[in-house]
Design a protein around this ligand. Structure first.
Ligand code: UTP
Length: 289
């Protein structure tokens, strides 16, 4: 049973400066909802009730977002704004959310190692705090279902255009069931001609506790950081690891262009502003050369 989720959200977000100088990139909103709220909701809708968010300096607004806000609640109550009141209250009741601070930003692998004592001896879900996945069945639920069948770590992957493999961690292996591969090799940001496939690691993982020893044994890699992909390479030598191509679309909001695309695509799907936004976009696109 997967009962716990870890959300690393401590990074500097340098690709999004200056917006991320004094606010976490994970709090950047998609219209009116911070990205990390979507990520927490994905975990909750996948059946998770215990979430550990890895934060760091300057990330207090993440904690505040999921905490009670008595003054705001009293104010909304007084003004009779019931709908907003419920919305705000729901946020602090969604799950048991815990926080731990990553002391130094030594990479994603290092961030995950802070969860060791929290998860104990159980498998767990990892969701990157800056990556939103829009899908019919929550992406994490899809991966949990694969874990429940195969009882081994599962890496969420998506197919990317061959010319884009250089930007991602890429897995290679043999397909064992539709959409699921037994992973033989994992390469961080390979050259197009050297990539073992076009299956890119997409920010969602089901991991087992033996990953922690692998992280301990992992030397600093790209950017002098402890990379999770390097630790996963070690794990591959010890046990079977699978990759699953989930149904859904990934948005990495730490990347400026993807952030704008996310806002537009999810905006169009909304019931409140969607219809007008669609009309605006059609008119706007008609005026472009
Ligand atoms: P990224 O590598 O995209 O985040 O990590 P970053 O380092 O903040 O981004 P740039 O490259 O400087 O713009 C993916 C996720 O892992 C977290 C980040 O907060 C993000 O949600 N992370 C990354 C940590 O928690 N700790 C780290 O040391 C690095």
């Amino acid at each position: 049973m997967i009962k716990k989720a870890i959300i690393p959200a401590a990074g500097f977000g340098t690709r999004f400066l200056p917006a991320t100088k004094a606010q976490p990139k994970e709090m950047l909103p998609i219209i009116d909802t911070p990205t990390i709220q979507y990520v927490v909701e994905e975990a909750v809708h996948s059946g998770i009730r215990d979430i550990l968010i890895i934060t760091g300096r300057g990330k207090q607004s993440i904690e505040n977002h999921f905490d009670r806000a008595f003054e705001l609640e009293a104010n909304l109550q007084e003004k009779g704004r019931q709908e907003q009141l419920l919305q705000v209250q729901k946020l602090s009741q969604m799950a048991n959310i815990h926080f731990i601070r990553q002391a130094e930003l030594n990479g994603l692998g290092d961030a995950i190692s802070y969860a060791r004592w929290h998860v104990g001896n159980e498998p767990f879900l990892v969701l990157l705090g800056d990556t939103l996945i829009d899908s019919t069945v929550p992406c994490s639920r899809q991966l949990i279902d694969v874990y429940n069948r195969l009882k081994a770590p599962v890496i969420g992957v998506e197919e990317v255009a061959p010319e884009k493999v250089e930007r991602y961690g890429i897995v290679g292996g043999r397909q064992v069931e539709p959409g699921t591969w037994h992973v033989d090799v994992m390469v961080e940001k390979p050259k197009m001609l050297e990539a073992p496939s076009n299956l890119a690691i997409a920010g969602r993982y089901i991991l087992t506790p033996d990953i922690f020893d692998c992280i301990d044994q992992t030397a600093e890699g790209v950017g002098n950081e402890i990379q999770l992909t390097d630790a996963l390479q070690l794990l591959l030598q010890k046990r079977e690891v699978f990759a699953h191509r989930f149904e859904g679309k990934r948005y990495d909001i730490g990347n400026r262009l993807d952030y704008v695309k996310t806002m537009v695509e999810l905006g169009v799907k909304r019931q409140d502003i969607g219809p007008e936004l669609r009309l605006f976009l059609k008119e706007f696109a008609g005026g472009l050369d």
